[in-house]
Every structure is written in C-alpha cells, then in structure tokens.
Design a protein around this ligand. Structure first.
Ligand SMILES: [Mg+2]
Length: 128
C-alpha cells in the first residue's frame, strides 16, 4: 500500500512524496520526510540549486554510482553510496521543479505492466 503526503521546506518549496506503508514504520516514514526536507534545504543553503547545473549534478551522480559499483564489487556496505546518490538525485529533482512522487509514478507507469522475469541473470521478456 502506498501513502502520499506533502512536505514543505523552509524555502517554501512543496514536495509531494509517496512511500510504501508496507515496509516502513510510521517513525521511519516521518524520518524519511524530515531527511528529504533537510537535504533539499541543504542544497538551497549551499547554493547547489541555483549555483549548480544539471550537468554538474549528473556528473556527480555518476561519481557516486562509481562508488556504489566499487562497494558492490568489493562486497562492502552500500548504504552510504545509496544515500549519496539519493542526495544528488534530490538536487536534480529540486532544480527541475519535479518531485519524487511524479518521477516514481512515471517510472511505475512504464514498468507496472511489463511481463517477464529474471532467469539465470538474464531478464526474459514474456513471449521470448
Ligand atoms: Mg559517496
């Protein structure tokens, strides 16, 4: 089950987000909302929205992806790498006037009816 809520940063930016209520406790949901707000405010306070570009942040995201890849390949903890990528993605989302809900809904709309499944490391589409 999915739940939606709207958060507002100290800069007056409203962000609608949705989250699963199946895998998160109420406390975890509240902490997530607080963290998203803090991260977006942090980007504004450090001039990383107006003072940066999508190209800059996309390159930063690739850097963080490289760190994730390194950790995965070495069997290290990936939580910091995932968090760093989310921070950068929130920057790109904020600068483009998007919100996580719309982005995830669009992606979900694209994939929800896809058939097929992973078999021995290869995604096999239905009918193949
Ligand atoms: Mg990092």
């Amino acid at each position: 089950m999915s739940k939606k809520t709207t958060i507002e940063t100290v800069h007056g930016v409203k962000q609608e987000i949705s989250y699963s209520t199946n895998s998160m406790t109420h406390d975890e949901q509240e902490r997530l909302l607080t963290l998203i707000t803090r991260v977006v405010d942090w980007h504004h306070d450090r001039n990383l929205i107006e003072g940066s570009t999508d190209k800059d942040q996309t390159l930063k995201l690739l850097q963080e992806l490289g760190e994730l890849s390194d950790s995965v390949c070495k069997g290290k903890d990936i939580s910091d790498d995932i968090g760093d990528m989310l921070v950068v993605m929130l920057n790109i989302v904020e600068r483009n006037g998007l919100n996580l809900t719309k982005c995830l809904e669009r992606a979900w709309s694209d994939i929800k009816d896809r058939k097929g499944k992973m078999v021995d490391g290869i995604f096999v589409k239905e009918g193949d």
